[in-house]
Design a protein around this ligand. Structure first.
Ligand SMILES: [Fe+2]
Ligand SMILES: [Fe+2]
Length: 407
C-alpha cells in the first residue's frame, strides 16, 4: 500500500503523540526533560537565551493572604489544591492555567524564525529575551500544573508541549496566526502581549495563592515585551519608510485579534471565575478600595474596554511623531473585524458603525483596512532600506549572551 507523504506525517505525529501521552511526566524535572525535546522539535536553540535562567519565581507577599472578592471573600487564600472547595473551581483553575501556558509556548513557535532577520542586534537581543521570558512563563504555568493538579495537571502540562502554532493547534486564534516578519512582531508585542498584561493582572488577585504569586514576576517581564512593541513602532514611524496607511492596516489586523482575546461577551465562565475568586477585574484592588460595583455579566467587555482605552492612548502618543499634515493613526473600534463576541463575523467599520453597502463594497472596504497581498510584497522592498530607526545594544545586553549578539 502506498502512503502519501502527508498521511505518513500525520501517522508519525499520531504515534509520537501517543508515545508522549503514555509517558506522562510524574515530576516537574521529568517535564523539564520533555521541554528540552520541545525546544529541539520547534527549532529553538537553547544557546539563544544566553545567561537567562529558566526558573520558577513567586512573589508571595503581593499575592495576599485573604480571598479578595467573590463568594469566598475574606477566607484564607488556597495554597494547595485540596483546599479548593469544589471540583468545578479546580477545573476552572486548571483550564485558566492551561490557556495561559499555551499562549506562552505558542508565541515562541510564532516568533523564533525572526531572529535570523532582526533589523539590528538590539532587536535580535530583544526578541531572544522575549522568547526566553515566554518560555519561563510557560515553565511557571507547567510547574503549577505539575505541582498542584495531579495527573490531570500532568496531562495538560504535557499537552502544552504538543500543540503547535505552526500546525494551528494552539488554543486561541491569535496564537496560531503566522508572523512572517518584523512589522508583525512589533504590532504583536504592542497589541497581543499587552492583552497578556491584562490577563496576568486579572489573575494577580486570584484566590489560588500559587497562581496569584506567579503573576508579579511575570508582569514585570511582560512590561519589556510591550515596551519593545511600542518602541519598535515609534522607531518605524521615525524612519518614515513604511507608508502610514500600510502601518495602519497592520494595526487593524492585530488590534482586532487582540480584542478577540478578551473572550465572548456576557461570558458565564468569566462570571464564575469572579464568583469563585479565581480571576478578578483589571485593577481589582483599586476598584474594591473605591467600592466600584462589579457587573458580573460583563466582565470580559469591561476588561476589553480598559485595554482598548490604553492602546488608543498609546497610539495617540505615537501621533506626536508623525510628519506635518499626515493623517493620524488610530485604534479600530471593538466592533471591527471580530471573530469572537456579539459582533463576530459582522460587517462594521473601523469607527464601529454597521457597514452600509453590498458584498463588493465590503470587500473593497476590507482591502483598504486590512493588510493585502501587495503590502507583503512591498514590505520585502522596504525591509531592504533603513525602515526602522537604528538602536544599538548596550554592553550588558551583549554580555548576557541573549540572542548571541557580538560587540
Ligand atoms: Fe508571557
Ligand atoms: Fe509576552
Amino acid at each position: 500500500m502506498q502512503i502519501s507523504r502527508a498521511s505518513k506525517t500525520i501517522i508519525e505525529r499520531r504515534v509520537a503523540t501517543r508515545r508522549y501521552m503514555s509517558e506522562l511526566p510524574t515530576t516537574f524535572d521529568e517535564w523539564v526533560e520533555n521541554f528540552g525535546e520541545w525546544q529541539t522539535r520547534v527549532g529553538f536553540d537553547p544557546a539563544w537565551i544566553g545567561d537567562f535562567e529558566l526558573s520558577i519565581k513567586f512573589d508571595w507577599e503581593r499575592a495576599g493572604e485573604q480571598i479578595e472578592f467573590g463568594d469566598y471573600k475574606g477566607r484564607k487564600k488556597w495554597e494547595r489544591s485540596l483546599q479548593i472547595p469544589h471540583q468545578n473551581i479546580r477545573d476552572g483553575l486548571l483550564s485558566m492555567i492551561t490557556v495561559q501556558g499555551d499562549t506562552e509556548f505558542a508565541s515562541v513557535e510564532q516568533q523564533k524564525h525572526l531572529l535570523e532577520t532582526a533589523p539590528t542586534d538590539y532587536d535580535r537581543y530583544a526578541a531572544a529575551r522575549i522568547m526566553a521570558e515566554e518560555q519561563r512563563h510557560g515553565w511557571q504555568m507547567c510547574y503549577l500544573l505539575m505541582t498542584y493538579f495531579g495527573q490531570q495537571g500532568a496531562r495538560e502540562a504535557q499537552k502544552l508541549l504538543e500543540r503547535n502554532a505552526q500546525e494551528g493547534s494552539r488554543l486561541l486564534g491569535a496564537f496560531n496566526r503566522p508572523m512572517p516578519h518584523w512589522l508583525d512582531f512589533f504590532c504583536y508585542t504592542m497589541f497581543v502581549d499587552r492583552d497578556g498584561k491584562y490577563q496576568l493582572g486579572m489573575l494577580s488577585t486570584s484566590s489560588f495563592k500559587p497562581l496569584a504569586a506567579s503573576m508579579g514576576p511575570m508582569l514585570k517581564e511582560e512590561s519589556f515585551h510591550l515596551g519593545t512593541g511600542a518602541n519598535g513602532l515609534r522607531r518605524i514611524i521615525k524612519a518614515g519608510v513604511i507608508p502610514l496607511d500600510m502601518l495602519q492596516r497592520y494595526f487593524n489586523k492585530w488590534v482586532s485579534t487582540a480584542h478577540d482575546l478578551f473572550g465572548t461577551d456576557t461570558s458565564t465562565s468569566a462570571e464564575w471565575a469572579y464568583v469563585w475568586g479565581i480571576k478578578g477585574r483589571w485593577d481589582e484592588r483599586k476598584k474594591l478600595e473605591e467600592g466600584l460595583e462589579v457587573i458580573k455579566e460583563n466582565l470580559n467587555e469591561e476588561s476589553r474596554g480598559h485595554y482598548h482605552d490604553e492602546i488608543a492612548a498609546e497610539v495617540e502618543k505615537m501621533n506626536g511623531l508623525l510628519p506635518e499634515g499626515a493623517a493620524p493613526l488610530y485604534v479600530a473600534h471593538e466592533n471591527f473585524n471580530r471573530e469572537i463576541g456579539s459582533c463576530a463575523g459582522g460587517r462594521y467599520t473601523v469607527e464601529g458603525h454597521a457597514f452600509e453597502g453590498d458584498d463588493a463594497e465590503w470587500e473593497e472596504y476590507l482591502h483598504q483596512m486590512m493588510p493585502r497581498a501587495q503590502d507583503e510584497e512591498d514590505l520585502k522592498k522596504y525591509f531592504e532600506e533603513e525602515w526602522i530607526e537604528f538602536r544599538a545594544p548596550t554592553r550588558m545586553m551583549i554580555e548576557s549572551g541573549i540572542g548571541q549578539i557580538k560587540a
